[in-house]
Design a protein around this ligand. Structure first.
Ligand code: ADP
Ligand code: ADP
Length: 224
């Protein structure tokens, strides 16, 4: 079943009177339950595509349908709503709040959703279990290793039960051994049925995904 359908999408940036074509007629379909890596060198358009998939930005041309919804037609408020409900972002920098412990960082998006403490607790604990961090839930980010901080960030994403996990260079700030551990978490989440889209410039990382999409100069050069 198709989750993401991108058809003939283009995106330009204007910079100092010059037009930069960041995405040039991209078409891509991703099914529910897939684990896809979007791979390409720096400047090839990966982040631009991620922003469009994540409903942070809208294409100039072409169509994007996410879970049956025509995203191109939506206003900013609707996009924000879809983002909150459907998309789980994981970034290179973990973006945790330094004064909140691991539990509270995971809990925060659920507070924003208006859930009661009673509703939140089982979701937070389940998410912490999925990344094996229950024992460390009272630790502040500064008391955790980089890999553990990224696991908190993944748990925060999971707690919201997203339709899709969008991870942009999630291992970029980690040593390679820790990076492998983080990838193992994405793999196991995918095995449990989560759709994962991983953006990376690192071939060794990309090859861990079930499907790799190669990007070059704003175009897909090969869909493997
Ligand atoms: P990647 O994520 O693969 O490094 P990007 O999507 O960030 O690629 O960038 C694709 C192209 O668009 C690059 O040439 C980049 O310089 C340009 N670009 C990206 N964002 C902007 C922006 N906000 N303004 C102008 N140019 C941009
Ligand atoms: P008990 O004292 O009953 O053994 P704990 O003190 O170990 O229980 O934790 C009880 C529960 O409190 C945890 O399972 C966790 O879900 C929840 N909890 C609620 N708020 C926080 C928080 N801010 N930091 C850590 N755990 C929290």
């Amino acid at each position: 079943m198709t989750l993401i359908q991108i058809e003939h999408v283009s995106k330009n940036y204007e910079m100092g009177g010059e037009t930069i074509q960041a995405l040039d007629d991209i078409s891509l379909e991703i099914d529910h339950g897939e684990f896809v890596a979007i791979m390409g060198p720096s400047g090839s358009g990966k982040s631009t595509l991620m922003n469009i998939i994540g409903c942070l930005d809208i294409a100039d041309h072409g169509d994007y349908v996410l879970d049956g919804m025509a995203i191109n037609q939506m206003k900013d408020a609707q996009l924000a709503e879809i983002r909150n409900r459907k998309i789980g972002f994981v970034f290179q920098s973990f973006n945790l709040l330094p004064r909140l412990n691991a539990y509270e960082n995971v809990e925060l998006p659920l507070i924003y959703r208006g859930m009661s403490k009673k509703e939140r607790e089982p979701l937070v604990m389940k998410a912490l279990e999925a990344v094996d961090l229950v024992e460390r839930r009272r630790h502040l980010p500064s008391e955790l290793s980089g890999g553990q901080q990224q696991r908190v960030a993944i748990a925060r994403t999971l707690a919201g039960d997203p339709a899709i996990i969008l991870a942009d260079e999630p291992t970029g700030a980690l040593d390679s051994k820790t990076g492998v551990e983080i990838l193992e978490i994405f793999k196991s989440l995918n095995e449990q049925g989560r759709t994962v889209v991983l953006i990376t410039h690192d071939l060794a990382i990309a090859q861990q995904a079930k499907r790799v999409v190669y990007f070059r100069d704003g175009r897909l050069s090969k869909v493997g």
